[in-house]
Design a protein around this ligand. Sequence first.
Ligand code: SF4
Ligand code: SF4
Length: 170
Amino acid sequence: MISHIITPDQCAACRLCCQFTRASQWETPSLTPEQVNFFRTRGIPLTHRKNGSYTFALQYDEDSLQDTCAPCPLLDHGAGCTLSRQNRPIECRIWPLRLMNTEDGSLCIAIYRDCPAFQNNETRERLIREASGPLLPFLLHLAKEFPASIRPLHPAYDVVWTANSSFPKK
Ligand code: SF4
Ligand code: SF4
């Protein structure tokens, strides 16, 4: 998460982005090879996607008829993420921003619309300004070096920057 804008208290009351329905399993963070080794040696369950990238494996209640949530294996429901910030997957560190591809294949930066911490216009606009300003070089570098972090654009996300835009979209 963007920790200098979102407070730990806001996330403690939410945990939304650390739990996944079956339909939202695609949202689990991609892991670098170094992180795969790090988590394997600690016995964290991992799985891989069709594109070969690794992520956390989720444990669902197989008896439930509903699409219940499964927590990330690193989530402690009381204390939150059990990883130090530096050991968290990069997609967790930039959340609620995501690198995405639009339908024409262009890179874009998008924000998860329903993150409760960004329902306030002022906070949301601050994040959008950062994503298209000071954070942009880092995000573009990430897209180049770690393409597994780029996801197809999803309806739950609003595009706030594209390679063709000279100013942030709202
Ligand atoms: S969805 Fe937003 S407020 Fe909720 S835990 Fe994630 S970053 Fe925090
Ligand atoms: S690694 Fe931590 S921040 Fe990322 S989804 Fe899991 S519990 Fe949440």
